[in-house]
Design a protein around this ligand. Structure first.
Ligand code: ZN
Length: 425
């Protein structure tokens, strides 16, 4: 096991702050841009060549470094991750008062562990579209106070709840936000006021619930990080930290996509043409022909970083007994013979060598053969670009809970390996 050094601790605390300031995918992009800005990255402009650039769109951002001396066949080293996390999102007509309560109508986004949202004090965040001077403008909104709660039914009214908890997504997940006094006050009035916009000017919104409890180190030796959205803001933060400090030989790229939790098929998801188009745009800046760009892609690497399942001590039978995964045991390479994960022998070798250079130990994850395997953006991007790819991630418990748990050492160790991979030629 890795002991927690001051560097591990500082990075884990920095990750906790990043997560607390990024309750929605749009905020992940905003916080990433803040980090890029500090590290000398600028918005991409046509004709851009060597330098540090980024392009952001909604819940997705791609940032890259073209080193001096890069040419038309210089390969790409790309780290990909996703900005979204499963949660509860407001419906277009959100006000759904009932039985004397102010209450909201919500949709379930992604594979939510529904019970984890019960009796949890929540804020609201996302973005607003509003009437601007030149048409539709947008603004991010983040209400960090506990204004919402999905209250659980008392055990006296369902004596079998501990044997059989059933949650109907339509009926049982609506959060309350106060007592209904009969006035016409809408949650949109509250959100508009917090964003300093007239409610009548709001044209559309994407708003979602988040746990307001601050992230923090826990355990008697503070060797664990308790936080929401570790899947997959941990990887977003690690990738951006690695890129910000990179001085690469190859073209180093970090691509953060939205909508992984719902299948990645969207304008800003990994199944979009955006990443191939961005790579082509970088190649154009270097004067690459189609053949030269194809040669560059053939020599490139895509590292898909998304959290892995640590072995759960209360459910060891859910894991392959020959592949137990420990928190603070280092990042886990993910394997699946059926290509739900992309790691092949050569990709694993590249990762192991980078980890050796970084002084970081690694682990190898594979699912039980009688259980379905998860997946992430690796196969999608590998298929659309033809780049060699590998899947890796920090082990965690309680994936897709409103509150997740990982080791405090692993996020920094992942960052060190990603930095090596981004910098190698
Ligand atoms: Zn994920």
């Amino acid at each position: 096991m890795t002991s927690i050094s001051p560097s591990h601790r500082a990075h884990a605390l920095s990750l906790g702050r990043f997560i607390d300031e990024a309750p929605s995918p749009y905020h992940v992009v905003q916080r990433s841009i803040d980090m890029l800005d500090t590290a000398g990255f600028r918005p991409w402009q046509p004709g851009a060549g060597a330098g540090r650039w980024f392009l952001a769109q909604d819940g997705s951002v791609v940032a890259w470094i073209v080193p001096d001396g890069a040419g038309p066949t210089t390969p790409f080293r790309v780290v990909g991750a996703h900005t979204d996390s499963p949660n509860l999102r407001l419906k277009p007509h959100p006000d759904a008062n009932a039985a004397g309560w102010r209450r909201l109508a919500v949709e379930v986004y992604g594979g939510v562990l529904l019970n984890s949202w019960l009796d949890r004090d929540c804020g609201l965040s996302g973005r607003l579209a509003f009437r601007g001077d030149d048409g539709v403008s947008t603004r991010l909104v983040h209400i960090g106070e506990p204004i919402l709660r999905v209250p659980q039914l008392a055990i006296h009214l369902d004596r079998e709840v501990n044997e059989r908890l059933r949650l109907n997504k339509q009926d049982h997940l609506a959060p309350v936000w106060g007592i209904d006094d009969g006035s016409a006050r809408s949650i949109i009035d509250v959100v508009a006021a917090s964003a300093d916009i007239g409610a009548a000017d709001i044209l559309g919104f994407e708003l979602m619930l988040h746990d307001v409890t601050p992230s923090g180190l826990i355990g008697v030796d503070e060797e664990l990080l308790s936080a929401p959205r570790l899947d997959n803001q941990l990887s977003c933060h690690a990738a951006m930290t690695a890129l910000a400090g990179a001085n690469p030989d190859a073209i180093a790229v970090v691509a953060l996509f939205d909508h992984e939790e719902v299948g990645s098929v969207s304008t800003t998801g990994a199944a979009t043409a955006a990443l191939p188009a961005r790579l082509r745009l970088i190649a154009d800046g270097l004067g690459a022909t189609a053949d030269e760009h194809a040669a560059a892609l053939a020599a490139s690497l895509f590292v898909s970083s998304d959290n892995a399942h640590a072995t759960h001590p209360n459910y060891p039978a859910k894991h392959d007994p020959g592949h137990y995964i420990a928190c603070n045991g280092g990042p886990a390479l993910k394997f699946n013979a059926n290509q739900r994960y992309t790691t092949d022998a050569v990709g694993a070798g590249l990762f192991e060598l980078a980890a050796e250079r970084a002084g970081v130990s690694t682990q190898r994850f594979v699912s039980r053969s009688d259980m379905p395997c998860g997946s992430t953006i690796g196969p999608t991007v590998a298929a659309s670009t033809g780049m060699r790819a590998l899947d890796v991630g920090v082990p965690q418990l309680a994936m897709h809970s409103a509150r997740e748990l990982c080791g405090a050492a692993d996020p920094w160790d992942l960052t060190l390996v990603l930095a090596e991979l981004l910098s190698a030629s």
